[in-house]
Design a protein. Sequence first.
Length: 402
Amino acid sequence: MTSRLPRRALLGVKLPRGGAAFTPEGMRVAGTTPGGTAVAAGVLPGDLLISVGSLPVRSPDELRAALQSAGALEVTDLVVERGGARISLPARVERRPVERIAGAEVILEEIRSRGARLRVIVTRPESALVSPAVLFIQGISCESIDFGGRSGAPILQLIRGLSGAGLVTMRIEKRGVGDSEGEACEAGGFDGEVEDKKAALRALAGYSFVDKRAIFAFGHSVGGMIAPLLEPLGLLRGVLVLGTSAFRWLDCVEASTRRQAILRGASPEDGERAARLEREDLERAIGDPGALAMIGGRGAAFHRELERANLAQAWADVKCPVLVLRGEFDWVVGEEEQAAIARIVNERRPGCAEIQMIPGVDHLMTRHESLGESLRSYGGGAFDPAVVTAAVAFVRRILAGP
């Protein structure tokens, strides 16, 4: 099926550093990059971009909406302010490139969930007619996981590794992110994201090239909190998580704040104080319907609904095999929180879950030589293919079992 969801326009500009890009009039341009609509229009460094088509670009949300709208067009106008005058620059619309993965076809699809069309990116091995499949579930961030021309992102390296092992993969862009329609991701709730992931899982199971008896979910960070909530659909052969907590959300945040403060040199007393204040701040914000820019940039609804989720019970109800991957240098989520997943599952179904530590890896699947280095350059290391090796070995072992 060819997706009818428009590909978002590629603007191709560089923004000023220091958070000074957006103004009440428009967006400041520090430079342009090759292949984008801005270059085609003749936008120059120092221009103030007023609008794309008829839509203003005074904030990230407005820019996102303008580029989504422009993606449905062949030509558009960029209005800039230059030297005190406003100029309309017509241009051919350039769109975001599609990823390239050796040995796999990258398919842009769409699903409908809760009244919106959402972008899904599917990779299909070229060497097989029917293959096992993995639904990847990202964490709390509202960042796009449709990487286009970017090649070094850890999530993309994970997808490439799974594809290279002969697995179909699927990712879903959150609402209002990338090509996806819907309200801004930052304002959305946790429960809605769970429903969107259920819709994606059903779509994945519907492909003729997917072995419906061999579908796995791979949840990263908060995405791993969504993973057990998909298992009741009866479509999963196994669940993999990395950097995921079984604790209630406020307990998880409090423990993470305490841990990070002490690792950065705070006394145990100061670490406890910082953790308590963070929890109290989040509790207050959860009660404010208009609160935004909390953890992960998410609003009150997301945190309130995630805190309400009984993750321990969700894991206790999981009936399929579970692999918990723990990075040695993951200081975002504690060892005890991750081990609790395996303990909870195995208390109900002995031997159903296992935990595996990956040496040198941080919360973002990148490798460091020491805990101190991981603190100094969080996510700045190279992706560790050991994550792929562990995931693929688990999938193959489960599929080869009785």
